[in-house]
Design a protein around this ligand. Structure first.
Ligand code: GEM
Ligand code: ZN
Length: 375
């Protein structure tokens, strides 16, 4: 029996792995950071007996309440992922599993590999409506890739989506895959009509280094990109700096920043109620967008979410609030759960890659329904 994590987004430290019933592990911290929660590793050469895998530092992770009612995911083929029996005692996260095949992967959520990211953006560029622009490079030298879909034009709105500032929130890139697939579907009426009304700038992965490194929350040098938007630098947060500069060049009429939440078992949004320029127009746009999305899908809800910011007290280092204030536009953080949508639970898979992708497709419908009101 052997455990490894030396692969794309792998993260685990092996403390003990001599017997199947006593495998002791620890999650590694993000580089130059104290954040940790994302794990991804594989168990090789196993025997078909019950394995007990204990992550002994789970109680010190970034979002400990993320482990309540949480089930880890596993896969034999790296395509099909399923939930496995998982228990948390306040310190140890324990996975109990009897494998059916020689090798099995475990992860915090279904991984979205760098190769799949490359496939996503390069297949998209084959579409006549899509340009693949490289804005520059990350700290480790990976491309920060932007998909421009559609063309600017008189009275056309400028809509930006970014995803995976927090690399362990892989559901964000699954969401983008669904969104992009639909936006480029020439048989899809809403997508075609939307491209007559708007041009899209999409960054499916804001943090390729953190993704490959198996980080939860930071880039290669420990920067939480969603706290870098006020004063990004090429030295510490080139990923944000490059995207922000492009936004200042294009302008923004609507922005969505796609994330995942460790603890809350819901899909929800966090808006701009605390930015200095927030006004009735902005509030009305936010309420319209939420009402539209509530009508489109029961996967979305607006009862549970983050505490609202006090008027004028928003943290403008976050992407959604900095963009909302800078461009006086509809600007939301969209959060999906690592666990499940508690209002519509799927007890076999919980929240999943596929549900994230479908949610991305539904958000496109919501954008189509609000695009005319953005300005
Ligand atoms: C969150 S966004 C937090 C927004 N909070 C409020 N009150 N508007 C972050 O960066 O902390 C996104 C995430 O971590 O997924
Ligand atoms: Zn996040």
């Amino acid at each position: 029996m052997q455990i490894s994590s030396l692969f794309d987004s792998g993260n685990i430290d092996v403390i003990e792995a001599s017997t199947p019933e006593n495998i002791v592990l620890e999650i590694k911290k993000d580089n130059q950071s104290d954040f940790f929660q994302w794990f991804h590793f594989k168990l090789n050469n196993n025997i078909r007996t019950e394995h007990i895998l204990t992550i002994r530092n789970a109680g010190k992770s970034a979002f400990v309440d993320g482990w309540d009612d949480y089930q880890a995911v596993a896969s034999y083929d790296r395509e099909n992922w399923f939930r496995v029996p998982t228990d948390f005692d306040g310190q140890n996260l324990t996975i109990t599993f009897t494998p059916d095949h020689d090798t099995v992967y475990f992860a915090y959520f279904t991984p979205y590999s760098y190769e799949r990211h490359q496939d996503l953006i390069h297949q998209a560029q084959l579409d006549i409506d899509c340009q693949l622009q490289v804005l520059g490079q990350s700290i480790d030298g990976r491309d920060i890739s932007l998909l421009k879909i559609g063309e600017e034009g008189a009275n056309k709105k400028i809509i930006w989506l970014t995803a995976r500032q927090h690399p362990g929130e892989t559901m964000a890139e699954w969401f983008m895959e669904g969104f992009i697939d639909r936006l480029l579907d020439e048989d899809d009426g809403a997508a075609r009509a939307l491209l007559n009304k708007a041009v899209f700038y999409l960054v499916p992965n804001m943090n390729p280094d953190g993704s490959v490194r198996g980080h939860l929350r930071t880039n290669a040098v420990g920067a939480n990109l969603n706290r870098e938007w006020a004063t990004p630098t090429m030295e510490r947060s080139p990923e944000v700096y490059l995207v922000r500069e492009k936004m200042l060049e294009t302008g923004v009429d609507m922005f969505l920043d796609i994330h995942g939440d460790e603890a809350l078992p819901y899909n929800f949004v966090a808006g701009c109620e605390g930015v200095p320029s927030y006004d009735e127009r902005h509030q009305s746009l936010e309420n319209s967008f939420k009402d539209i999305l509530l009508a489109i899908t029961p996967e979305f809800q607006d009862e549970f979410g983050y505490d609202k910011d006090e008027p004028g007290k928003a943290n403008l280092t976050l992407g959604a609030t900095w963009v909302g204030e800078q461009f006086k536009c509809l600007s939301y953080t969209i959060e999906m759960p690592f666990k499940d949508n508690a209002l519509l639970p799927d007890h076999s898979v919980g929240w999943s890659d596929n549900r994230s992708s479908l949610f991305g497709r539904d958000v496109l419908t919501a954008i189509y329904n609000i695009v005319d009101d953005l300005r």
